[in-house]
Design a protein around this ligand. Structure first.
Ligand code: 5GP
Ligand code: MG
Length: 186
């Protein structure tokens, strides 16, 4: 089947079926690992906005009871380089202390965002703290952060779709596509 790509999208990196299969695999693994935990105590925390579709699909594939919450961050970024500074825009509603927290993030790039989240949550003394990350770009990592559940490792290209954007566009594409370099190299 051929997919009609938007003008700015170069090629499909991960198609819909590939993503869905992997999300199901991750959910199976997570459901096994968190079996027996009371629903009030298992909290998925989606990092807005990029993770909202991944979180929705992952959450619906889980067979263990859980709650869902969100946090919103913003990274200070100038075009030339990443400063690594992360700002908290919106905190979770739920108190994470003594809960089992699973951070759900769209992509690990330099690692500064996840490092920030680890520090933020660890200070609040959760019962446990793990991360589920859909994509990782190993060539771009600047700080070492561990991921407990990883969807895919991908090359250093700007990707959109399945929640991920470029200037708030392309989030609802059902696949993950690589943006044409001319679109983001300005
Ligand atoms: P880090 O702090 O690890 O450098 O950056 C993580 C954040 O950068 C992600 O949560 C995401 O918002 C953004 N990001 C990094 N690479 C990409 C990409 O290829 N596509 C999109 N849409 N966002 C990205
Ligand atoms: Mg993000």
């Amino acid at each position: 089947m051929t997919v009609q790509l938007p003008d700015s999208v170069d090629y499909v990196l991960l198609d819909e079926g590939t993503i869905q299969n992997r999300v199901q695999e991750l959910a199976t693994q997570i459901s096994r690992d968190y079996e027996g935990i009371h629903n009030e105590d298992f909290l998925l925390v989606g990092v807005l906005k990029g993770s909202f579709i991944f979180l929705a699909d992952l959450s619906r594939c889980l067979t263990v009871p859980h709650r869902v919450d969100f946090i919103a961050l913003s990274s200070y970024q100038d075009k030339a380089e990443t400063t690594g500074a992360v700002r908290l825009i919106m905190d979770t509603r739920e108190d994470v202390t003594e809960r089992h927290v699973l951070i759900v993030e769209d992509i690990l790039d330099t690692g500064y965002t996840l490092q920030y989240l680890y520090r933020l949550f660890e200070a609040r003394q959760p019962a446990s703290l793990r991360t589920a990350v859909l994509l990782s770009k190993p060539d771009r990592h600047e700080v070492a952060v561990s991921i407990d559940y990883l969807g895919f490792s991908i090359p250093d290209v700007w990707v959109v779709g399945y929640g991920l954007d470029f200037a708030d566009r392309f989030r609802t594409l059902p696949y993950i596509g690589a943006l044409k370099p001319r679109v983001y190299e300005k």
